[in-house]
Design a protein around this ligand. Structure first.
Ligand code: 4NP
Length: 171
């Protein structure tokens, strides 16, 4: 039983068709396996709006399906100003996503913005953009996101569903 409200997490990349839909699908599957689905509300978005309304890239769909994760129901959207208030934790896939998020955040509302792998695993590294590469890039991104998602679930479980430190939702 978890009496706490769900921790709201937004995964963000550039287009919201390759990496962040995978992060949303993988993190949801990780927490489901741990019996923690009710503890999290998860979404994804892009800093750019070019692909708004589109389903995930077929290469992301394919690598997720290989591991039993269905992301076909997702549709791309652009990060909105309201997201900065709505989400407890906003995790950018790479440093340029984090820079764009910090630039877009309304005054004083950037405290929940973090680099995904750094926040989750203490590894200050990007989940690289696989869009212009081949299938192997998507497999590599899948592995990275899975490791970071396991670490993130572990970390947030330790804090009983409340993000800590930099991402604290207290004002
Ligand atoms: P994502 O990948 O940020 O992981 O969704 C990209 C998708 C589309 C483009 C770039 C990156 N694009 O230039 O259209």
């Amino acid at each position: 039983m978890n009496a706490n409200p769900p921790t709201r997490i937004l995964f963000v990349c550039l287009g919201n068709i390759c990496r962040s839909p995978l992060a949303e699908g993988i993190f949801c599957s990780v927490v489901a396996r741990r019996g923690l689905s009710g503890a999290f509300a998860v979404d994804s978005a892009g800093t750019g709006g070019w692909h708004a309304g589109s389903p995930p890239d077929p290469r992301s769909v394919a690598i997720a399906a290989q591991f039993g994760i269905d992301i076909t129901g997702q549709r791309a959207r652009r990060v909105s100003q309201l997201d900065f208030a709505r989400f407890d934790l906003i995790l950018g896939m790479d440093r340029s996503n984090v820079e764009d998020l910090l630039a877009a955040a309304p005054n004083g509302s950037d405290r929940n913005v973090n680099l995904f792998r750094e926040y989750a695993e203490g590894i200050p590294a990007d989940v690289p953009d696989p869009y212009y590469g081949g299938k192997e890039g998507f497999a590599e991104v899948y592995r990275m996101i899975l490791a970071a998602s396991e670490a993130l679930a572990e970390k947030l479980e330790r804090f009983s569903g409340a993000p800590s430190g930099h991402a604290s939702s207290t004002t």
